[in-house]
Design a protein around this ligand. Sequence first.
Ligand SMILES: *[C@@H]1O[C@H](CO)[C@@H](O)[C@H](O)[C@H]1NC(C)=O
Ligand SMILES: *[C@@H]1O[C@H](CO)[C@@H](O)[C@H](O)[C@H]1NC(C)=O
Length: 197
Amino acid sequence: MDRSVTLTAAVFVAAVLSQTNCSSFRLKRVSRAQVLGFDWKNCGQPDAPAVLKNLSVSPDPISIPGDLKASASGSTSVELAAPLAVNVTLEKEVAGFWVKVPCVEELGSCHYRDACDILNQLIPPGQDCPEPLHTYGLPCRCPFKAGSYSLPQSDFYLPYVDLPYWLTNGNYRVQGVLGSGGQELGCLKVALSIHSD
Ligand SMILES: *[C@@H]1O[C@H](CO)[C@@H](O)[C@H](O)[C@H]1NC(C)=O
Ligand SMILES: *[C@@H]1O[C@H](CO)[C@@H](O)[C@H](O)[C@H]1NC(C)=O
């Protein structure tokens, strides 16, 4: 996986997970949910240092809880080291318009000062990276050296999760911009729809 792309994705997931774990209120229990129409693209400059080359996720729809297959590849031409800023913009389609979801309890359209710090909290230094990263020798903490990264198709199990109260059925798009020292390193856009009973 491209480091920058991989990192952007990892950081976004990490941020979402950490927030979900930390804020016990304003979460709702969902019995089942489905994620449909997952799509992604790079949104940085053509010469952006960090690029996602491939990200494939199946099946469509993805069931939560349920099994997921994913593969990814990307690269970064510069080392990604702390502090690594990530700006997330989350939008939801409401009556045909894209409406920005505000940052509430570190979730939504938020600005994270240092993604490396979030990764260190999720996966304390000294601990092995979670599977399947460990098997393929992929890093999960900063610094991410310049180079190409690739995750072969792997199986994941998505457990039951508590979703924020505002994460209702509908179409969403998320943009993550990765930056360091005022320079934009990479940008990733993801679109998906959520449907829960
Ligand atoms: C992306 O990954 C899929 C599934 O592994 C593969 O079929 C496809 O050729 C890859 N595309 C690129 C551009 O590498
Ligand atoms: C994130 O947003 C802040 C405030 O708009 C801006 O100062 C900063 O440069 C942005 N960082 C990135 C990585 O885009």
